[in-house]
Design a binder for this molecule. Structure first.
Ligand code: HGY
Ligand code: MN
Ligand code: MN
Length: 417
């Protein structure tokens, strides 16, 4: 069989997706199969152990670094050549699916197993990685592990990050699950190239009936934590004119950011996904509210305008409602453009395999946006049913999973020559 005709084993890949999906499995009322494997929890450890076991079964050289990133490498014929890397993440949000991140890691493993099975040697080594805490849902920022991997955040700083849910220190949790590795951060050797397969997590490919997304880059991300301190008071006896109500302020900010998307226009999106009310009692005007604001845009200047407008509104409300508002940036990444030649290769490969394609930016953050800082990088998208992700109903058809993994196989083969 010629290398160009080589294809992955779709059933073997699907079986691994199902098996990994059993770790931290959550089921929905209509039989949806989701995943809850927040970073550095016991479920994350269990998922890591399962995937590392598969890596070792394939005889790969497995390295774990100081932030818990795992990189498994198949040797090439040229020991001096830098590896071609693929991968993604296996941590999920608390109401996650079985495909977000997991598809890219397991497809990378399937690519390597296919080469082993057919006795295909490559000049360059080929690595498959999973990066720590890509979601950032428990420990901000998102893409934390790959950011440390490429030297964008000092490992010491990352180890001191506190969890949003229980305040645990990241380094203590990493130690508790047994994934503090000996390999230093940042990586000593950048890959020759990085290609990541991921579900689109949005509606575009499905709406247009396209099989493969050729991802040109990732939009800018801005996460801000606002801590609004008011004054708790009796719900019945306190006149409205005397109230310093942080939840009212939070509600105003929440509706403001929705209006802001229409006013800024373009690809602007805004989300308030986390709101913590204290003391959260029926008859008490709240004392403190903590909320997160997620702003994103493909255009950096428009994203900065959205940030400025939010800051002005927060200052206005702080004065008008006599509350005190603490601001803390949790994540700030500018838009990223992937390497044009590698993007072209993904497109040519997908078309050579007979798939329909469409270029698009990524609305979600990905480890690829960090690897793009150190090597030529591109991404391959597969359609998401109903455009859903970060939802237990997240789903991608087996045929699309196989198509995406075959495009990954053929792209990696070309890059590893
Ligand atoms: O937030 C994101 O876009 C990604 O899911 N971490
Ligand atoms: Mn992801
Ligand atoms: Mn995600």
């Amino acid at each position: 069989m010629s290398r160009d005709d080589l294809r992955i084993d779709g059933q073997r890949l699907w079986n691994r997706i199902v098996a990994l999906g059993e770790v931290g499995a959550i089921t929905g009322p209509n039989g949806e199969l989701g995943c809850a494997r927040l970073a550095l929890t016991d479920a994350d450890r269990e998922g890591r152990d399962l995937v590392v076991g598969w890596m070792r079964d394939l005889g790969l050289q497995v390295s774990i670094d100081a932030i818990g990133n795992v990189v498994a490498t198949r040797a090439g014929t040229d020991p001096t050549a830098a590896a071609v890397m693929t991968g993604s993440h296996i941590d999920t949000v608390a109401t996650g699916g079985r495909f977000d991140g997991n598809l890219g890691v397991l497809a990378g493993l399937e690519v390597i197993e296919t080469l082993e099975q057919h006795g295909i040697a490559t000049r360059r080594p080929i690595s498959v990685a999973f990066f720590t805490d890509e979601e950032g849902a428990r420990f901000a920022p998102d893409m934390l592990g790959s950011l440390v991997y490429v030297g964008g955040m000092a490992v010491e700083e990352a180890l001191d990050v506190r969890a949003a849910d229980d305040g645990a220190r990241l380094g203590d949790e990493l130690d508790r699950i047994g994934y503090v590795g000996p390999t230093p951060c940042p990586t000593a050797a950048a890959p020759a190239a990085y290609v990541e397969l991921h579900i689109e997590q949005g509606p575009i490919l499905e709406d247009e009936g396209v099989t493969i997304g050729v991802v040109e880059g990732v939009q800018g991300i801005s996460w801000t934590e606002l801590t609004i301190d008011g004054r708790s008071a009796h719900a019945g006896t306190t006149p409205m004119r005397l109230r310093r109500d942080p939840l009212y302020v939070a509600a105003e900010i929440t509706t403001f950011v929705r209006r802001l998307t229409a006013e800024v226009g373009g690809n602007q999106v805004a989300t308030v996904g986390r709101l913590d009310v204290r003391p959260n009692l029926v008859n008490v005007v709240p004392s403190t509210v903590t909320m997160n604001v997620d702003l994103r845009n493909t255009d950096e200047s428009a994203l900065q305008e959205a940030e400025r407008r939010l800051a002005d509104e927060v200052a206005r409300l702080e004065a008008a409602e006599q509350v005190t508002i603490g601001r803390r940036s949790l994540a700030r990444f500018e838009p990223v453009q992937f390497d044009p030649a590698t993007v072209d290769l993904v497109e040519e490969t997908a078309r050579r395999l007979g798939h329909t394609t469409r270029r698009l930016p990524s609305g979600a953050g990905h480890d690829a946006q960090m690897l793009a800082r150190v090597c030529p990088t591109a991404m391959i998208f597969t359609p998401s049913v109903n455009g859903l992700s970060h939802n237990i109903a997240e789903y991608t058809d087996p045929a699309d999973v196989t198509a995406g993994a075959n495009v990954l196989l053929q792209t990696v083969l070309r890059l590893s020559e």
